[in-house]
Write a protein that binds this ligand. Sequence first.
Ligand code: AQP
Length: 333
Amino acid sequence: MLDEKKKIIYSAMQPSGYPSLGNYLGALKNWKNLKDDFDCIFSIANMHAITVRQDSANLRKKTRDLITLFIAIGLDPEKNIIYYQSDVPAHAELSWILNCFTYMGELNRMTQFKEKSSKHSENINSGLFTYPVLMAADILLYQTDVVPVGEDQRQHLEICRDIAERFNNIYGEVFKIPEGFIPKVGARIMGLQNPSKKMSKSESDNDNNVIYILDDLNLIRNKIKRSVTDSDNEIRYGEDKPGISNLLNIYSAVTGKSSEDSENEFRGVGYGEFKEAVAEAVIKEIRPIQEKYRELSSDKAYIDSVIKEGADKASYIANKTLRKVKKKVGFPQ
Ligand code: AQP
């Protein structure tokens, strides 16, 4: 099923909200660029999404909308495996086994757990705590070589490698040890109103802080116009200029220009004109995605077939690894 010579890429996204520009620039855009040269497996991580309380009907809708968006951005269900995590029970099974090879101390250090438990203090569930173990199971089930993610997932990737190495040290070469692939620009897009915190799709406090890929194009322009900057009217990168640095990053990541080229391009330009240029570049990138998304959304039979085929292909590969793991740990064959 997979081409023996090609490296395997695995990545996932939670349907915890509609994807933000951060998700797009940190992950989806790279997935699209990698999709032809690697054997790519992309998952809708709905099992991860329920670590935070979700409305059931809404989660089901967001899950389907996300798989539609995956195809709209250019992922190809003919060449890539695209599937729902909950359709492949091997994720939950391997996750349990790996839980028994993961230390509480390791999980206690996870920044995302600390952030999410302070944000959802009413629901600090054990799924939130063991989230990185499920993520390790996701990646390791597919004998993944490379995991393209944004900067915020670096720590989870490291724990995945540690768990895999620990398991391999006991049982032999069961898992491939995956490498991360974090883009040079776009790996950490910050909020437009609060550029000291990353842009997150599940943010609910301030809609102007987040650009959603499916936002109306005029709304995107307005959000960028309203974004927080500073008063010195100089367009350059700098720790003292988080808002302008973030907009420069967005511009570079969208256009594919280097950070230096973007900085040079806007030397001496006013903030208003700069924001307009950033908005234009973002809209140019997003418009065709939205058009394709609308077209695909009306093709129910096609999306249904992608979901079904993705589940079958993913299960086949995942079960191979799971059988091996079960044998190693001593479960009856
Ligand atoms: N701000 C960001 N900049 C660059 N990349 C980002 N990613 C997330 N935020 C940014 C990358 O998007 C991918 C999918 O992430 P996820 O859905 O698994 O969860 P997340 O990392 O927790 O993303 P969000 O948007 O912040 O989701 P919520 O709000 O539900 O927690 C990953 O590759 C991530 O690095």
